[in-house]
Design a protein around this ligand. Structure first.
Ligand SMILES: C[S@@+](CC[C@H](N)C(=O)[O-])C[C@H]1O[C@@H](n2cnc3c(N)ncnc32)[C@H](O)[C@@H]1O
Length: 457
């Protein structure tokens, strides 16, 4: 097996799999692809198209900052109302101040992303089909930061126990945590289970930037905005995110995509997937092959979390029995499967919190799986642009809804009532009188709800 102490021995090009890459103070380079993977704020950007990924995350940072600013404006407007009770005014004022401060802290923390010189290349990015999923914002898993580095040990110890129990005393060797989030599990595994080295991989630069700082002994102050604050003082809690002790240098944080893992074949002895397998757009079969490929002979896959697959194809919404079959079909032994109840996202400042019955499995690699195919985030007719666009049933339904919605919107002029709008739809023979009024009402309810939806950061 490789010398696990150096990242050089683990990394491979996420575009062509070439290894080793050439390392320098600025980052890593694949000579074959002539691509540089920069190190920004001490994190290697190992995306297949690093410039475009940086551009996307920068865009998502600016989007988050705009949303926070809109929330601040909404709070200012709420404060402008006359006759607010004194406790309400105090609560709103504190929340408005925290919101404004939160934006400044986030933007200071992620200032290293704002390097305009590193221009994006949308065409190459498209051609590589490595775009980020549209539902993954910078702050999608924001509460994980506080759970990992500020709420205490209960939830984090429960996760570590699952991994330790799954390994049952087997030395973990060289460990990879995929979808490591804010990095606490990788840190705990590294400090408590004494692996040769640990790599935490995630594609979210906010989570990894904070995780890396905390794990290295730094402190980061960020607000928590609990879902259901226990008191007025706990609606925005400025917390210090920190670890008890710094981890050593053999714990590393790498930015990259699970679908294009930037690691050499057979580099790891243990791969952990915490709360990951059911949120990826790729079928579990593909992930199993990818993990098989990354593990050395006899390596171990430890998985835990929910099994709540919800992608487009219902055939892929696997139960645990089907997951067993996936594993054994792709070069893994019959897994040891278990269930464990654990707390989930229980902030001390919130009345909200869950207990989850999580599924766990451990399975050892028994043989080589077929090489994983390149993940394609987008179909050819979008990427190449010269093939006919297939008109699926879903597209037809969307096209019809969009036309009707656009027409209804064009009728909103500040004078017409709901009934007036419905009448026009009937006159235009777009709907029957029975259909028109309920349809307009449904549409307006959706618009109304959207306009009042609470933003979360
Ligand atoms: C449900 S969270 C779990 C986080 C962490 N493992 C935990 O247990 O708290 C899923 C994590 O996977 C990351 N993730 C999702 N898709 C990914 C991808 N394609 N590549 C890398 N990371 C991904 C997200 O950024 C997020 O941190």
């Amino acid at each position: 097996m490789t010398d696990p102490a150096t990242l050089e021995n683990l990394l491979a090009c996420p575009r062509c799999d070439k290894t080793p890459l050439i390392g320098s103070d600025e980052g890593w380079r694949c000579d074959g692809c002539r691509v540089d993977f920069p190190v920004i704020d001490d994190l290697p950007w190992m995306f297949a198209e690093p410039a475009a990924a940086l551009g996307e995350w920068r865009g998502r940072l600016h989007f988050s900052l705009r949303r926070i600013d809109q929330q601040r404006q909404r709070l200012d407007a709420a404060l402008d109302q006359p006759a607010l009770r004194e406790p309400t005014r105090r609560r709103l004022t504190a929340l408005r101040d925290a919101t404004a401060d939160h934006a400044e802290r986030l933007s200071a923390l992620l200032r290293p992303l704002d390097i305009d010189s590193f221009g994006a290349a949308p065409e190459t990015y498209l051609a590589l089909r490595t775009r980020l999923p549209p539902d993954q914002g910078l702050t999608t898993y924001y509460p994980n930061l506080h759970r990992d580095w500020a709420w205490g040990d209960e939830e984090n110890s429960a996760s570590l126990d699952i991994v330790a129990d799954a390994l049952a005393g087997r030395p973990p060797g060289s460990v990879l945590v995929l979808g490591a989030g804010a990095g606490r599990l990788a840190y705990d595994v590294h400090r408590r289970l004494e692996p040769a080295s640990t790599v935490a991989l995630d594609f979210n630069p906010l989570l990894l930037a904070v995780g890396r700082r905390a794990a290295r002994g730094g402190k980061v102050e960020l607000y928590e905005f609990p879902i259901a604050p226990r008191s007025a003082d706990e609606q925005a809690v400025l917390r210090t995110l920190a670890a008890d002790e710094p981890a050593d240098e053999r714990l590393r944080f790498v930015l990259g995509d699970v679908h294009r893992p930037p690691f050499a074949k057979g580099s790891f002895d243990t791969i952990v997937t915490p709360w990951l397998v059911d949120i990826l757009p790729e079928p579990l079969d593909a992930l199993a092959r990818r993990i098989n490929h990354l593990l050395g002979a006899g390596g171990t896959w430890v998985n835990f979390g929910s099994l709540s697959f919800h992608g487009g194809d219902p055939a892929l919404h696997y139960t645990i029995e089907e997951c067993r079959a996936v594993l054994t079909d792709h070069g893994f032994a019959e897994p040891a499967v278990g269930e464990r109840e654990m707390p989930y996202m229980c902030s001390p400042a919130s009345r909200h919190g869950r207990r989850e019955l999580v599924v766990t499995w451990r399975s050892d690699k028994t043989g080589k799986a077929k090489a994983p195919e390149r993940y394609r985030a987008l179909p050819d007719w979008i990427v190449r642009g010269n093939e006919p666009i297939p008109v699926s049933k879903e597209f037809q339904a969307q096209a019809m809804a969009t036309r009707i919605h656009a027409f209804i919107m064009s009728l909103l002029d500040g004078r017409r009532s709901l009934k007036d709008v419905a009448k026009v739809l009937v006159e235009q023979q777009l709907m029957t009188p029975q259909e028109a009024e309920p349809a307009v009402r449904t549409f307006l309810i959706r618009m109304y709800d959207d306009s009042r939806r609470q933003t979360t950061y």
